[in-house]
Design a protein around this ligand. Structure first.
Ligand code: PEP
Ligand code: MN
Length: 455
């Protein structure tokens, strides 16, 4: 049947799933989700897979970024535009600085659920179920708000749809035209990184005027590909949105060496990843990743063994398809130089062709003296530096960055050119989950990474 959900899923243990209070209500929601149109096309996911294969070979670089946890309230035109602008600016910096095409993938339009290290949260002696993301329950600290509500899955779909619609309008409607490189900087504070960006934008402008004077055709620059991704955590959401897309028109040109095999595709995003807490080899999440045809990422923490990584390759990428599997390492700045080499070496020696991406955020989370969950900008930069060093030493390819960021001037991570200190964290700490780089810190990181990439 066209567009039908895959109906049979093996009954495997699934970590980090909400306890929905009403099975019948959940079933109704799932049937509704299964009837909804796809948010993305399989052909687009194939295109991303082909581009990720380029990143694995060092012919492109992945920039994957966005909120730790998107919220329904945060899906405003302004909020989405600022995140998008930040990503576009970062990718202009990286492309220009390293002369490499940048693959732009948002942690956007679907990042509405979170794995938690504890099932509960205690405040002032009161213990309630943990907040698991807007797709599951409400952040408000009341017993009622924390009850998982399957209706939220529908709202996650619609909010993803609205977000993606706006992203598509921005990126194909002329807003992402590289000739607007200056405009993306508008509305942001005049900081050092912004001024450095202005200088770079002038250079890009000049280069483009030169090319136009030479008769180059810049139609290709008017729109950009911007892909959506999130953690495939809530199987009750991802499964009804997993389909064989018979109704989709065939691509005019086949992408890559891959045969599409008819799916199924998870049509909730172009790319999904499996988190560090749910990547058990015999668990439901890895099984899910193995079944879908989208490009998939798997997060790897500092304790990952070569055997673990190879078993994941065997399961999720048995045919060694370029671009199929991205390993997103999140080791921590103090660990990456010791932990990453053996892993990369072992995987490479076994002939697996994965795309190596650095998440410099999740291994560097600390609690500040004032009690905020935060990260030091210097640690983030140091992990990225370690990532490049390790790959350069091994002769392997640093394929991209996975960053938690926002376009707003929040104060969630310590340091950066503004030198946000512990006392300043309280000024504008807005994340409901992990601390994000603000606009300024994101641009700074892009400049530093461009330098490392071009060396
Ligand atoms: C995340 O990406 O927000 C996350 C929870 O990461 P990890 O699975 O690497 O801990
Ligand atoms: Mn996070």
């Amino acid at each position: 049947m066209p567009g039908q959900s895959s109906t049979s899923w093996p009954d495997l243990p699934a970590a980090q799933q909400p306890q929905w209070p009403d099975a019948a209500a959940l079933a109704e929601v799932q049937a509704e989700l299964a009837s909804y149109p796809p948010l993305v096309f399989a052909g687009e996911a194939d295109q991303l897979r082909a581009q990720l294969a380029e990143a694995a070979r060092g012919e492109a670089f992945l920039l994957q970024g966005g909120d730790c946890a998107e919220t329904f309230a945060g899906a405003t035109a302004d909020g989405i535009r600022r995140r998008l602008k930040t990503m576009l600016q970062m990718s202009a910096v990286l492309t220009y600085g390293a002369s490499l095409p940048v693959i732009k993938v948002g942690r956007m339009a679907g990042q509405f659920s979170k794995p938690r290290s504890s099932n509960d949260e205690t405040r002032d002696g009161v213990t309630l179920p943990a907040y698991r993301g807007d797709a599951v329950n409400d952040y408000a600290f009341t017993p009622q708000a924390r009850i998982p509500d399957p209706q939220r899955l529908l709202r996650a779909y619609h909010t993803s749809s609205a977000t993606l619609n706006l992203i598509r309008a921005f990126t194909t409607g002329g807003y992402a035209d590289l000739r607007k490189v200056h405009e993306w900087n508008r509305g942001f504070a005049a900081t050092a990184a912004n001024q450095e960006y202005e200088a770079l934008a002038r250079d890009i402008d000049k280069a483009m005027k030169f090319m136009i004077a030479c008769g180059a055709d810049f139609d290709a620059l008017k729109s950009v590909d911007f892909f959506a991704s999130h953690e495939a955590l809530l199987l009750d959401y991802e499964r009804p949105l997993t389909r064989t897309l018979d109704e989709e028109p065939p691509l005019s040109e086949p992408v890559g060496s891959d045969v599409r095999q008819g799916g199924p595709y998870d049509v909730s995003a172009h790319m999904v990843w499996i988190g560090e807490r749910t990547r058990q080899l015999d668990g439901a999440h890895v099984d899910f990743a193995a079944r879908i045809r989208n490009p998939v990422g798997i997060k790897l923490g500092p304790k990952t063994s070569v055997e673990d990584a190879l078993a994941l390759v065997e399961k999720v990428d048995p045919y060694r398809e370029p671009g199929r599997l991205t390993f997103i390492t999140r080791m921590g700045a103090s660990t990456i130089r010791e932990a990453l080499p053996a892993l990369v070496e072992g995987v490479t020696r076994a002939g697996a062709q994965v795309t190596w991406v650095c998440d410099p955020m999740h291994g560097n989370t600390i609690t500040s003296t004032s009690g905020y969950k935060t990260r030091r900008f210097d640690d983030v930069v140091d992990e990225v530096r370690g990532f490049f060093e390790v790959h350069r030493a091994l002769g392997t390819v640093p394929g991209g960055l996975h960053v938690e960021l926002t376009g707003d001037d929040v104060t969630e991570c310590l340091g950066g050119a503004f030198d946000i200190d512990d006392a300043a964290l309280a000024t504008r700490y807005e994340s409901l989950c992990d601390p994000r780089l603000n606009h300024q810190q994101s641009l700074e990181l892009a400049f530093l990474a461009a330098e490392m990439l071009s060396q």
